[in-house]
Design a protein. Sequence first.
Length: 240
Amino acid sequence: MRRTRLFTIALLFLAEAAFSQIVNFFTPEMHWTLKNGISLENGGDFEPATESVDLSGSLDLTELYFSTGFKLMQESSDFTTESIFWPTFFSCLNMGIGTIFHINYMPDNFIETDFLFGFFAKYTPVKCFSVSANMMYLRKTARIFITDSEFVKISNDNMALALHLLFLPTEKFNIAFDFSSYSYYRYMLFFAPDFRLELSYKLSRLFAIGSEVEVQYIDMFTLSANFNSANFRCFVKMEF
């Protein structure tokens, strides 16, 4: 009986050791990122429409990711917070769940909230390239103010998809491309595709500068495809 118990304990120990080599649930190394940007958005007629500034921060612990950001415009403001838990499998694949919460507020007109929850995955086959994707449930609620005390409430259950590609040709130069149904501060009903291209260059160990262009369409995959807007942004990033 004693030998059987020792044998069982040994098998459990070996199984735990093997499993720990396959899956990692937590990495204690913290990577902080602060980003400050300024944007110019053009409307469907390509005329400059809105200027904005944004400030965001993120914490990356490989298997845990958190971010929060604010965007301020002349007539409205946005707040977004995101959290993801995706354990690492075989040192190159992350899979897990995440949530996003977003508020868009225009004083005296409306307040819109978006809650997203779903599946996240990232594959990093080599150090200089990664691809990530997610599929989420989207709950959108809007309150349109009629008077100070009266409003109309509108709700919608929908979905959201995103695909993100990251290339690192050199240690200092990064290229990112997104194809999604939403962006960090914009959550449209499915499917109004959003394309984003970002270029960034590291000035030093701590600081980087970059620019991006983001283009939104409405009903792109139908005969009534319409260009909605384009956003041009420059930013400064600090990583530590």
